[in-house]
Design a binder for this molecule. Sequence first.
Ligand code: DQA
Length: 144
Amino acid sequence: RTVFVLNGPNLNALGIREPGIYGGSTLADIEKQCHDLANTLGFAVDFRQSNHEGELVDWIQEAGEKAAGVAINPGAYSHTSIALHDAIRSIDIPVVEVHLSNIHAREAFRHTSMISPVAAGVILGFGPDSYGLALRALAQIFEN
Ligand code: DQA
């Protein structure tokens, strides 16, 4: 079983980008944590990042064909992307939306997510641990 962990724009800059908000971990650190945890949960992780909306759409469609679930941090596309919303609603596997920061405690333009209405659930505000919690949520969904 494979879970796609997808990351949107600017997440490649984690560790350098606004560490006061997003913490000091790099995306490579988070990827390693995801692989380690997925091992103990009994599935594989395919971890990817793109700054391009269409590439994320391609990956969501690909996940629909070959993955058991998706954890996605869509970055700023969370707040704008009908294309990601449509891609997610068109696949039949659970998708968990992830954010490092608590978007509801930030600027008003981050309070709305186009992704949340089509996500199985949302985990936000726990920094890099949000990813691990999302993987655990998926493991729970697989078990049920
Ligand atoms: C983010 C929150 C978004 O508002 C922002 O645009 C990001 C990161 C998060 O993980 O907290 O790029 O998705």
